[in-house]
Design a protein around this ligand. Structure first.
Ligand SMILES: [Zn+2]
Length: 174
């Protein structure tokens, strides 16, 4: 089950919305998120190891190596937010008519951006041990909740209450 074209454009819209909220919340200034290199990909374009049957998204980190040189000073890491269309659509279907794709996608986008910002800020290491990652998930969830507060309506609050705790298990665990 893949996102259809209109769902894909909704995903793009929700990420743009989440980016604005994150830039405000973290005082990054408009466009300030650009220093955090990341891309978003949907299931149809994921590679095998980027798929996850349990999470709504899987966050992968890659090293860009300049001139194939592992020690090149211009090397950098970038993140790939790998959306699992099937898991997301299934969750919406099962909780119909209460949970809508739009608020759920906004939550997922905001949550993943908080991860990216915190990994890049070295708030936690990407390869941190499991116990640290479990604590990190709780922090990321509560930051995401605060970040969404200015726009939280009934539908968003429902997503925050229904999904976050279950959803959180998975996206940064391998
Ligand atoms: Zn997470």
């Amino acid at each position: 089950m893949y996102f259809n074209p209109s769902e894909i454009s909704l995903v793009g819209e929700m990420f743009r919305h989440a980016e604005e909220l994150a830039e405000g919340y973290f005082h990054l200034g408009r466009g300030g998120l650009k220093v955090h290199r990341y891309e978003v990909e949907t299931l149809a374009r994921l590679r095998d190891h980027e798929m996850d049957s349990k999470a709504f998204a899987h966050l992968c980190r890659y090293l860009y190596q300049k001139e194939d040189d592992a020690d090149h000073p211009d090397n950098f890491y970038f993140f790939k937010i790998c959306l699992q269309d099937n898991r997301i659509l299934d969750a919406v279907k099962r909780s119909r008519p209460f949970v809508k794709l739009e608020p759920l996608m906004l939550y997922i986008a905001a949550h993943e951006l908080v991860h990216v910002i915190r990994f890049n800020g070295r708030e936690i290491e990407f390869d941190a041990p499991l116990e640290e990652k479990i604590v990190e998930e709780d922090k990321v969830h509560s930051i995401t909740r605060n970040m969404l507060q200015p726009v939280a309506d009934t539908e968003i609050n429902l997503v925050l209450d229904c999904f976050s705790s279950r959803y959180d298990i998975g996206d940064i665990f391998n």
